[in-house]
Design a protein around this ligand. Structure first.
Ligand code: SIN
Length: 292
């Protein structure tokens, strides 16, 4: 395989690797290291069945079955459909997944490692791809923080809440997602994670906060927590930390959720069709104790 760096804050293209074939241990190690280093990897020109997408994804860790239990590939609940397409009045997929800055599964006590997306239909207008996916580099965001803030926040924790993103999508973005029931809220109670995490692949520090799910810095008074979180959100989204993947049909795109934030750009109309299959890989290989 050949790795071609984007030359931007994040991103590399992996060429000459057919993901429908089993991945050797050596290739796996190379990709894992590259994911830590570049944050976002794209594999153009793939032709995969859902099972092949699942098999590739599961090399990286345990696959999550999405909490909504909706839009799953028949017989393969780990493969979820993200789409704005409707057939016979029925949506084929989740139409507004990830349409604001966030990190997947920061609301879960076992956080996410990587998302693996496979682009089957990509909307275009005037020859340009729509529905691109944007990323921010959390290694660089940590490095760019003022030294006194790094010292002040070292050892502190943030509460992350699944409901924050869901409620905001309904309140501010006109999402047709149903309101979360009390039972769903109880099933996803808020969790805490360190503000700064040592990345398990690079061994470097990352800023582990995101506007989608981060609620509160637990060790600070509410007013100071609100002020510092607002600063962190503005800081981490600066354009110098950003990278944008421009989709083509047949792309597989994977990213490291521990070292990046992402945002699915909602710039296409209902008649401009996007159809993507997604697997979500948890970070259990780094954080679960080995069985005795
Ligand atoms: C996601 O947040 O997993 C969806 C990203 C996308 O559809 O571009």
């Amino acid at each position: 395989m050949k790795l071609v760096a984007s030359g931007q804050s994040l991103g590399a293209r992996v060429e000459d690797l057919d993901l429908s074939k089993p991945l050797s241990d050596e290739a796996f190690k190379q990709l894992e290291q590259a994911l830590g280093k570049f944050g976002v990897l794209s594999y153009p020109g793939q032709n995969l069945t859902s099972l092949q997408l699942k098999n590739f994804s599961e090399r990286f860790g345990r696959l999550e079955v999405n909490v909504a239990n909706l839009y799953q590939e028949p017989g393969l609940p780990e493969v979820m459909i993200l789409s704005n397409m409707v057939e016979n009045g029925k949506p084929l997929g989740l139409s507004d997944a990830g349409q604001d800055w966030h990190t997947d599964m920061s609301y879960s006590s076992m956080i996410a490692f990587t998302n693996v997306l496979y682009g089957i239909e990509i909307p275009h207008r005037d020859g340009e791809p729509l529905g691109n996916t944007e990323f921010c580099n959390m290694h660089a965001a940590y490095d760019g923080l003022p030294g006194e803030l790094k010292t002040r926040l070292a050892g502190m924790t943030i509460t992350h809440d699944f409901a924050k993103f869901w409620d905001k999508m309904r309140r501010e973005k006109g999402s047709s997602r149903p309101a979360l029931t009390d039972a769903q809220r109880k099933a996803k109670p808020p969790v805490t994670h360190p503000v700064f995490m040592t990345h398990p692949i690079t061994g470097e520090k990352v800023l582990y906060a995101n506007p989608g799910y981060s609620m509160r810095i637990n060790e600070l008074p509410q007013e100071e927590s609100d002020r510092i979180l607002a600063f962190l959100f503005e800081h981490q989204l600066q354009s110098k930390y950003q990278y944008r993947h421009r989709w083509s049909v047949g792309d597989v795109l994977m990213w490291d959720n521990m070292g990046t934030l992402h945002n699915a750009v909602a710039d296409y109309r209902p008649d401009e069709h996007r159809y993507i299959k997604r697997c979500q890989v948890m970070a259990n290989r780094y954080f679960e104790q080995a069985a005795p």
